[in-house]
Structures are given as structure tokens and as C-alpha cells.
Design a protein around this ligand. Structure first.
Ligand code: HEM
Length: 501
């Protein structure tokens, strides 16, 4: 062996040793770094719920009707971000109740809707639909949403106002007038939640589907929705095993009858559209029927059913809560009435009306969780917590809207807090009852059209008082059960075609 070869062997051995030492060193560093990172990561997880609230209690609270109280309590005790106690093998489930994190999550286009939370609703609508579709690139949500957007464009709002006023006029004549107190006769109470839902179903059917629903059909749709919501958005969502026992579970069998009725109703709407020689352009049904991306009617039915599902109780109960709060506060009711009577521009939404609606949706957001999202990328919260990609996020508008720092006297109905000069930018940013980002509520213009026209119609003519406040129940959405109001006629007022020009 030559000297050079020997030298080079020694050098190679030296290099090898050096490499081994370096590699070992690196391994140690990586090990400790990774360990530190792991523990750091776990240290940075959002905090858990308050002590003694375990998985079963959480599920019971969220699904048993007390969801909004639970979210408010945990916000007060734990703060604006916390983890729900799901087992570590499941994705992390995090509740977000602070403006900055909520807005950052909404803004990230990578978020999707988790099938584990929304999948059961597809059974209700007879297939994938605009509300539950995941929203991953290339899936059908894109064509569904793109097609429906024009049906809620500003140029359609005038027609929506007219439809809402026509339907409300019929409701006043048929239902309210016989119960109203006049000529020394005391008023008789009416169930405000039930009535505002029936009215909203009539408004959606006409405004969105160009369909004048009969009273019998309306009641059937209301009951079918109620049955389906109970089963598919609550019971089956918590316990997917219910699917295998449909034959022996009466609730599930009845829910399936409800699904069949809603499907028949959707088919009827489509048949009527096809028979109509001059259908109204740019209604929801018009854009759905003209959308070439649906394979056939079986893909259209779920979107028709979902429009009713998403709009009827949210809008109906928002109107009911507005009437209840005004009935509880005669001064606020009179302030609104005075503003409406003195307003020069009858069709515009005057500031106090806007304030009343904002305050109603702050105190009673009918969707207390304005979004259930699956994170498409890791998320670093404003407080430095790390929420990994794939985690499920509940955005708790209800808790955020009760933040006493943003909203002094947060549990009181105080519309004037929304008037210019009183309202802070932070408060404005914290109110998003229709959600934000790509999956925000497509129906918001219809809601505004209904509330901004029907509430003035009622408040100008009737004085509302409370007979029984009823109960607030949150299972998915927030309901107002067994709440009875009374109406006394105080003035005549009617609208005309130019009112909303
Ligand atoms: C006060 C009444 C309403 C409220 C508070 C409300 C609230 C919301 C919220 C928070 C979302 C997002 C839900 C989520 O991400 O899971 C949403 C989505 C939606 N809403 Fe509404 N909504 C109302 C009325 C309506 C009406 C009247 C319609 C239609 C007639 C409607 C149709 C929809 C649809 C189709 C979506 C799904 C949009 C998408 O994923 O692209 N909503 N709504």
C-alpha cells in the first residue's frame, strides 16, 4: 500500500468519523429540538374547557338545547379560544370567540366544511347541496354558489321587498286581524315564533321559487323541516349509528317521511317552473333550472330544499326575537315607531330600524355558531396558540356578541349602541351573524328585504305586548318556543309600489 493510499484511507476514516459524529450530534439536536417543538406545540394548544366539563357533558350541553348558554359561559370562564375535550386521536375541536382569529379563519380560502359535521344534513336534503358541500377545489359547491349568487343581487331586492310586504299583508289580514285588540276588545295572544316562520316560508317560496304556497303546504313544510332538523342536524350527527337502525327508530322513520315530503315539494316547484311560459327571471329557481352543471333534477332537489332549510327558521326567529324585544321594551318600540312615522324616505332603512335589527342579531344570532370549519392550513392564533391543519373550528358568534368589553351591558337590548357616534369599530367588526368569507350567507339580501319592510309594516300599525316570553332553545339554530305576544291596532298604514323605489 502506498503512502498516499494509506493517507487517503486515514483521511476517509477521519471524514467518516467526523460524519458519524456530526450525524449523531445532529440526531441529538434534532431529537431535543423536535421534543422541545412537540412539547412547545402541545404547550401552545388552546386551553381546555373549565375543569370538570368532560366530553359527555360537552356533547349534552351542545346538543341538548343549551348550546348558546354553554358557549357564553365558557367564553366568560376560559376566554376567546379554547379546546373541546375530544380524544387525542380525533381532530382537535376548537371554539373561537374573538374577532381577530374568527376573521383570520374566515379569510383563509383554504378552509372547508367538515363532512363529519355536515354529512348527516345530506340525508335530509336527499343529496349534496350548496350548504354542506365541502368546498374543496373542483367540487360542486363552486357551480352551485356561482349560479345562485345572481338571484340575490341588489337589482332583485325591490322584488323581494314587494313579495315580503304582500305576504305580510295577507298574514295580517288572515291571522293577526282576528286576534287584534280594538274597540275595547282585549287582544288575543299569538305564537310569534310559529307565525313568523310560516310567514317566512311563504316569502321564500314566492321570492326564491316564484311559488305561491298554500296554507296547508306551508304547515306541512314547517313540520317536515322541524322533524328533519331534529333528526339530521342533531340526533344523527351525534350518533351516526342511528343510520343502521332506521326501521326500529320511530323518529328516524318519521324524519324519512319528512324528507320524502320535501322532495315531492321540490319536484312540484320544478314542474311548475317548467310549465310557466314566462317564469320570473333571476329567481333562485330560474338560476337553478338554467344551471347546466347539474347532472339532472336529482342534483337540483337538494339545493331547493336547502334554501328553505337555511332560510326559514333563521329569518323567522330573527323577526320573532325583534318583535319580542320591542314588546319587552315599550320605549324602544315607540322610538322606532316615531322614527318610521317621521322618516321622509319611507322605503329607506332608517338608522334606528337598522340599530334594532343589529341589536336583535347581536343578542339573538339565530345561527349562534356562524361557521363550522375544517382548517386547510396550520393556524397561529393571536395569543400564540397553534391549531393544526385539519382541526375543526366552531366560530361562536353568540359568545363574542356578549363580550362585555365590546358591548357594555352586553345582556341588555339597547339598539342605540349601534347609532353613529355610539358604536365603536371593534363592535362593528365583532358582529357577523351571516358569517364571512367564501361560505357566507347567500340569502342575506332576502333577510334584509323581509326584515326592513315587514317590521315597519307591523310597528307602524300595531302595538305589541308580551303575554308569555316562552323559552329560548338552541339545537343547531336558536328557536323561540312558546312565546306569545299580543297586538293592538293603533294606526292604519299601507305601502304602495313607490314605497321601495
Ligand atoms: C336571519 C337569517 C339568516 C341567518 C342568520 C343566516 C346565517 C347563515 C350563516 C351563519 C351561514 C354560514 C353557515 C356555515 O358556514 O355553516 C349561512 C349560510 C347559508 N345561508 Fe343563511 N342565514 C339566514 C337566512 C338565509 C336565507 C333567507 C337563505 C336563502 C333563502 C339562506 C341561505 C343560505 C345558504 C344557501 C348558505 C350556504 C352558503 C354557502 O355555503 O355557500 N340563509 N347562513
Amino acid at each position: 500500500m502506498s503512502l498516499t493510499t494509506f493517507d487517503s484511507l486515514v483521511n476517509d476514516w477521519g471524514r467518516l468519523q467526523l460524519s458519524l459524529v456530526t450525524a449523531a450530534g445532529l440526531a441529538v439536536v434534532i431529537h431535543f429540538w423536535a421534543g422541545a417543538f412537540r412539547s412547545n406545540k402541545s404547550r401552545q394548544e388552546p386551553p381546555p374547557l373549565t375543569k370538570n366539563v368532560g366530553l359527555f357533558q360537552t356533547i349534552a350541553e351542545i346538543t341538548g338545547g343549551r348550546m348558546r348558554d354553554f358557549l357564553i359561559e365558557q367564553f366568560q370562564k376560559v376566554g376567546g379560544i379554547y379546546r373541546l375535550p375530544f380524544p387525542s386521536f380525533a381532530p382537535m375541536v376548537v371554539v373561537v370567540a374573538n374577532t381577530q382569529d374568527a376573521r383570520a379563519i374566515y379569510k383563509d380560502p383554504a378552509h372547508t366544511k367538515p363532512p363529519v359535521m355536515y354529512g348527516a344534513i345530506d340525508e335530509f336534503s336527499s343529496g349534496p347541496n350548496i350548504v354542506t358541500t365541502r368546498g374543496v377545489p373542483g367540487d360542486s359547491w363552486y357551480h352551485r354558489r356561482k349560479a345562485i349568487n345572481p338571484a340575490f343581487a341588489p337589482k332583485i331586492v325591490h322584488r323581494m321587498n314587494r313579495v315580503a310586504l304582500e305576504k305580510a299583508g295577507k298574514w295580517i289580514a288572515d291571522t293577526l286581524a282576528p286576534l287584534v285588540g280594538k274597540d275595547n276588545m282585549p287582544p288575543k295572544p299569538f305564537n310569534v315564533g310559529r307565525e313568523t316562520i310560516l310567514l317566512t316560508i311563504a316569502v321564500i317560496c314566492k321570492a326564491a321559487f316564484d311559488y305561491d304556497i298554500s296554507d296547508t303546504e306551508r304547515e306541512e313544510v314547517r313540520l317536515s323541516m322541524q322533524k328533519g332538523i331534529e333528526e339530521f342536524t342533531i340526533k344523527t350527527m351525534i350518533n351516526p349509528l342511528r343510520r343502521v337502525g332506521t326501521w326500529c327508530l320511530p323518529d328516524r322513520r318519521e324524519a324519512y317521511q319528512a324528507v320524502a315530503k320535501l322532495k315531492t315539494f321540490a319536484v312540484k316547484i320544478m314542474e311548475l317552473y317548467r310549465k310557466n311560459p314566462s317564469p320570473t327571471p333571476d329567481t333562485v329557481i330560474d338560476v337553478i333550472m338554467k344551471n347546466p352543471n347539474y347532472k339532472d333534477d336529482s342534483e337540483r332537489i337538494p339545493d331547493i330544499v336547502m334554501m328553505l332549510f337555511a332560510g326559514h327558521d333563521t329569518t323567522g326567529y330573527t323577526m320573532a326575537f325583534a318583535l319580542l324585544e320591542l314588546a319587552k321594551s315599550p320605549n324602544e318600540q315607540q322610538k322606532l315607531r316615531d322614527e318610521l312615522i317621521n322618516s321622509k324616505d319611507e322605503g329607506a332603512s332608517p338608522p334606528y330600524l337598522k340599530a334594532v335589527l343589529n341589536e336583535t342579531m347581536r343578542l339573538h344570532p339565530t345561527s349562534p355558531l356562524t361557521g363550522i370549519k375544517e382548517l386547510g392550513s396550520d393556524f397561529a392564533s393571536k395569543d400564540g396558540y397553534l391549531v393544526p391543519k385539519g382541526s375543526i373550528i366552531f366560530i361562536a358568534q353568540i359568545a363574542l356578541a356578549r363580550d362585555a368589553i365590546l358591548f357594555p351591558d352586553a345582556f341588555q337590548f339597547q339598539p342605540s349602541r349601534w347609532l353613529e357616534g355610539n358604536v365603536t369599530e371593534d363592535a362593528k367588526q365583532a358582529l357577523f351573524p351571516f358569517s364571512l368569507g367564501k361560505r357566507n350567507c347567500v340569502g342575506q339580501p332576502l333577510v334584509n328585504a323581509q326584515l326592513n319592510s315587514v317590521l315597519p309594516l307591523l310597528i307602524r300599525q300595531f302595538e305589541f305586548t308580551v303575554e308569555d316570553e316562552g323559552q329560548i332553545v338552541t339545537q343547531g339554530t336558536t328557536r323561540l318556543d312558546n312565546c306569545y305576544l299580543k297586538a293592538t291596532k293603533i294606526a292604519e298604514w299601507s305601502w304602495n309600489e313607490s314605497t321601495f323605489d
